[in-house]
Write a protein that binds this ligand. Structure first.
Ligand code: BGC
Length: 740
C-alpha cells in the first residue's frame, strides 16, 4: 500500500476561464455573490438533527424567500427528496440567476444503515473496507437528497481526552493518510457528476486534534514541524484523492484562528498544494473570530475570513450581512470575492448541478435504495472487522454456542441506541443489541440471562445485587460496559478517560463471584482500564459498531468469525498518561523497559509505555513473527531496498494478520519519533500456514516533513521493524546513502 502514487482525481474542476462560470460571475450582484458564499443549517425541514448551538429557527417560508432572493448557496443537515426538490425548484424558478443549491449533511459513517464509527473502522487497518463503507454511505445519502458530506474527518488525535477522537482514524498520520484517501474515494466515486456520489470534505483544517489538554474548542500551540509532519499529511492525502471541499477548524493555531489563517488557507492550501476546490468555515467559526478576540466585530470577522481564504461561511450569515459593504468600502477586493465564488461554482459544476440540478433528488431511489440487504451485510462485516481483541487469557474466547449458561450484564446489554455512536443522525434507531445478537446465535436462547446492573453513569437500585445473582447462576459472564453516545464526539471531552464509577463498582462485584469474565467495551476513544475490568481474562474493544453491533459481536464471541482489528490509538496504563502516542520523540533521558532508575522520562506511577500499544490486536490463532530481514544493508539515494518478514500461524484457527512496518531514524537534524508507521499489509493465514511479506522501500519511506512542510530525507542509519504492533518485532538496520 503506497501513498506515493495517489489515484487520479475523480473529477477535475473546470478551468479558471470556464466561460459559463465567468459569464455567471459577470452577471451577479455583490449580494448574489455573498449569497453563493453562504450556507445555512436547514432547520425548517423535518428530520433536521439538533447537533449544533441553537440558531434562530427559520420557517419554511422564510427559507424559500431567502433562496428566491439569491441569499443562499446551499443548505445542510436537512434531508428528504420531496422537500429538497421543492427547495431546489425555488432556486431554479424564483431566483434571478437560477443557480442550483447544493445540499450538504454530516454523513459521517452511514445514514440509514450505520457503519462503525470511523475510529472503530480504522481498527480494521483496511482502506478497501473504508472505501466500501463510504461508497455505501454515499448511495444512501444521495438517495435522500444529499450531495455533499462534511466528512471524512481526518484530524490526528494524540490525546484521548478529546471527544472527537471517535470521528477520525486515531493517532497515526500514516494510517490517517491511507484512510483519508480511501474515504474520499468512496464518497466521491469515479465521477463526481454521477448522482450517487457525494462531494467529500476533509476537516477540520487544521490541528483540531491538538487542542491543549484535549479540551474541546481549546487553543492549539504547535511547532511548524509537528504541524507539517503529523497533522497536515492526512489532509493532503484526502485532497490528492480528489476531495473538492475542505472545512476549517474552530481552534486557533499559535494565536491565529484556523478560519482566519492565511498561512494555512492560502499559502499551504492554494500555493503549495494547488487545491482548487472550496473552503468552508466550520459552524459559525468565522463569526467566532470575535470571541477569540481576533476580530473586532462580525464585519471584521467576515473581512479576515474571506481575505485569509475561507470561501464559504457556514451558518453565521456574516458573509451575507457584510461582504457587499466590505467590497464597496474597498476593505475586500472584488477579485477576492470573485475567486471564492468561482471556486463554489466550479464545485457545483463538478457535481453536475448545472446540467442536472435535481441530481440525488430522485423519489424512486429514496424508496428503493435505503437499508438494502447488501448494505446491512456490509455493516455487519465492517463491525466485525472493527473489533479489537485486547486480551484472551486461557483461550476463554470463543465461547461455545451451547451447554453453558451466560449472564450478560451491564448498561449496554440491551441497548440499541448508544451503539450507533455520537454522529448517527438519521439512523431510525434500528440497531441490533448485544442481547439480540447473542440470543439469535445461541443454540438455546434461554441460556442467556440479562441484567443491566447499573446505568451508564449512575447506579441502579438493586442493580448490583441482581447482577451478582445472575453471575452466580451462570457459567460465564459477558460484561457490556463503556461510554454512552454523549460521552464522546463533539463537545464531549473528558477529564478522566476511565469507565464511570458505577460501572467499575458493578465490574468489581461481578468479578468477585469468580466466574470467567468477558468484557465487551463500547467507547469512542482509548480508555484507561482499571481494577476488575483491566484484570478480566478476555477484553474486546468494540467502539460504537453501528446497526449490526449485536450480530457482529455474536459472530466473534462464538467464533463464527475471528477478531482481527488492531488498535488505532494506544490504550494507556493510567488516565493521567495523556497525551500519549506511540510515535513520541526520543527524549534525552528515555526510560528503557528494564530500567527503573529515577532520572528518566516517565510518570512516577507508570512506565512510559502503554497498556496496549498502537497496532495491537489478537485473533484466535497464534501468529509468530520471524526477524525483519533486508535484501541489502544500504539504500542508494534513488534506489530501492526490500524488507521482509515471515509470519506463521501456529494456532488451530485461521487468522487475518496485519504486519506493520515501522522506522526509526537514529540521528536526525530534528529529533525523530522512537517509531513511525510507514506501511502495513494484511494476510489471511490458515492454521500452520506461513507467508513472507515484503515492503519495497525508497527514500520517501524514510523522509519526514521539515518545518517548511517539505520532505527531508537524511543519509544515515534507520531501524526497521515489521511487527505485530508498535511495541513488537525484531529490528533490522538500513543505511540510507547520500546522493552521488
Ligand atoms: C462540527 C462540524 C460539522 C458542523 C455541521 C460543527 O459543529 O465541528 O464537524 O460538520 O458542525 O454540523
Amino acid at each position: 500500500m503506497s501513498l506515493f502514487s495517489p489515484r487520479v482525481m475523480p473529477a477535475e474542476p473546470a478551468g479558471d476561464d470556464d466561460p459559463f462560470i465567468e459569464s455567471l460571475i459577470a452577471r451577479m450582484t455583490l449580494e448574489e455573490k455573498a449569497g453563493q458564499l453562504s450556507i445555512f443549517f436547514d432547520n425548517a425541514r423535518e428530520d433536521a438533527p439538533d447537533i449544533n448551538p441553537a440558531q434562530a429557527a427559520k420557517s419554511l417560508a422564510e427559507v424559500r424567500a431567502e433562496i428566491a432572493a439569491g441569499r443562499v448557496g446551499g443548505l445542510f443537515n436537512g434531508i428528504g427528496v420531496a422537500s429538497g426538490r421543492a427547495l431546489q425548484k425555488v432556486a431554479l424558478e424564483e431566483s434571478r440567476l437560477k443557480i442550483p443549491l447544493v445540499f450538504a449533511a454530516d454523513v459521517i459513517h452511514g445514514l440509514r444503515t450505520v457503519f462503525p464509527v470511523p475510529l472503530g473502522e480504522a481498527a480494521a487497518f483496511d482502506p478497501d473496507l473504508a472505501e466500501r463503507t463510504a461508497r455505501a454511505a454515499a448511495l444512501e445519502a444521495t438517495a435522500v437528497g444529499v450531495q455533499w458530506t462534511f466528512a471524512p474527518m481526518v484530524d490526528v488525535a494524540r490525546d484521548q481526552r478529546w471527544g472527537r477522537v471517535v470521528e477520525g482514524a486515531g493517532e497515526d498520520p500514516y494510517l490517517g493518510r491511507v484512510l483519508a484517501a480511501a474515504r474520499v474515494r468512496g464518497f466521491q466515486g469515479q465521477d463526481l457528476r454521477d448522482p450517487d456520489t457525494l462531494l467529500a470534505t476533509v476537516k477540520h483544517f487544521a490541528a483540531y486534534g491538538a487542542v491543549s489538554g484535549g479540551m474541546e474548542y481549546n487553543s492549539v500551540d504547535l511547532s511548524e514541524a509537528t504541524l507539517h509532519d503529523v497533522h497536515l499529511p492526512p489532509f493532503k492525502a484526502g485532497l490528492d484523492a480528489g476531495a473538492l471541499s475542505l472545512m476549517t477548524a474552530f481552534n486557533d493555531i499559535n494565536g491565529i484562528p484556523a478560519t482566519a489563517h492565511r498561512g494555512l488557507l492560502t499559502d499551504v492550501l492554494r500555493k503549495q498544494w494547488r487545491f482548487r476546490g472550496l473552503v468552508v468555515s466550520d459552524f459559525a467559526s468565522d463569526a467566532e473570530l470575535v470571541s477569540h478576540g481576533h476580530a473586532a466585530d462580525e464585519k471584521d470577522a467576515a473581512r479576515l475570513s474571506i481575505l485569509a481564504g475561507c470561501d464559504v461561511s457556514m451558518a453565521s450569515g456574516i458573509y451575507n450581512r457584510y461582504l457587499p459593504e466590505l467590497v464597496r468600502e474597498g476593505a475586500v477586493p472584488m477579485a477576492v470575492v470573485d475567486e471564492s465564488v468561482r471556486r463554489v461554482l466550479r464545485v457545483k459544476k463538478a457535481l453536475g448541478l448545472f446540467d442536472n440540478p435535481y441530481r440525488s433528488l430522485d423519489p424512486e431511489k429514496e424508496r428503493t435504495q435505503l437499508r438494502l440487504p447488501v448494505t446491512v451485510a456490509l455493516a455487519r462485516e465492517a463491525a466485525r472487522r472493527s473489533v479489537v481483541l485486547l486480551k484472551n487469557e486461557g483461550g476463554l474466547l470463543p465461547l461455545p454456542k451451547g451447554g453453558r449458561r451466560i449472564a450478560l450484564i451491564g448498561p449496554f446489554a440491551s441497548d440499541r441506541v448508544h451503539l450507533m455512536g455520537p454522529w448517527a443522525l438519521w439512523n431510525e434507531q434500528r440497531g441490533v443489541s448485544l442481547e439480540q445478537g447473542l440470543r439469535e446465535a445461541l443454540d438455546d436462547a434461554q441460556a442467556l440471562e440479562v441484567v443491566a446492573g447499573c446505568g451508564i453513569e449512575a447506579p441502579l437500585e438493586g442493580g448490583i445485587a441482581a447482577a451478582v445473582t445472575a453471575a452466580a447462576r451462570a457459567d460465564v459472564v459477558i460484561l457490556s460496559l463503556g461510554e454512552g453516545d454523549e460521552m464522546s464526539g463533539e463537545s464531549a471531552a473528558r477529564a478522566d478517560i476511565g469507565l464511570p464509577a458505577p460501572q467499575l463498582a458493578l465490574a468489581e462485584a461481578v468479578a468477585a463471584t469468580g466466574k470467567p469474565l468477558v468484557v465487551v467495551l463500547q467507547h469512542g476513544r482509548a480508555l484507561a482500564l482499571t481494577g476488575a475490568v483491566r484484570a478480566a481474562p478476555a477484553l474486546l474493544a468494540a467502539w460504537y459498531l453501528g446497526n449490526e453491533s449485536g450480530h457482529a459481536l455474536a459472530d466473534l464471541i462464538f467464533g463464527d468469525h475471528a477478531p482481527s482489528g488492531r488498535l488505532p490509538v494506544s490504550f494507556p496504563q493510567h488516565a493521567g498518561q495523556q497525551p500519549f502516542h506511540y510515535n513520541h520523540r526520543s527524549t534525552g533521558r528515555p526510560q528503557t523497559q528494564a530500567d527503573a532508575s529515577r532520572f528518566k522520562s516517565r510518570y512516577r506511577e507508570v512506565t512510559h509505555a502503554p497498556l496496549y500499544p498502537f497496532g495491537h490486536g489478537l485473533g484466535y490463532g497464534d501468529i509468530a513473527y520471524g526477524a525483519t530481514e533486508l535484501d541489502a544493508s544500504t539504500l542508494a539515494w534513488d534506489g530501492t531496498a526490500t524488507a521482509q518478514v515471515t509470519v506463521t500461524n501456529r494456532g488451530a484457527r485461521a487468522m487475518r494478520e496485519v504486519a506493520q512496518l515501522y522506522i526509526h531514524q537514529r540521528v536526525a537534524s530534528l529529533v525523530r519519533p522512537v517509531r513511525e508507521l510507514r506501511g502495513f499489509q494484511a494476510v489471511e493465514l490458515k492454521p500452520g500456514e506461513s507467508a513472507t511479506l515484503r515492503f519495497v522501500l525508497t527514500r520517501q519511506h524514510l523522509a519526514y516533513a521539515g518545518a517548511d512542510g517539505r520532505p527531508v530525507a537524511e543519509p544515515g542509519l534507520f531501524d526497521l521493524w515489521i511487527a505485530p504492533s508498535a511495541a513488537g518485532g525484531t529490528p533490522a538496520v538500513l543505511r540510507l546513502l547520500a546522493a552521488v
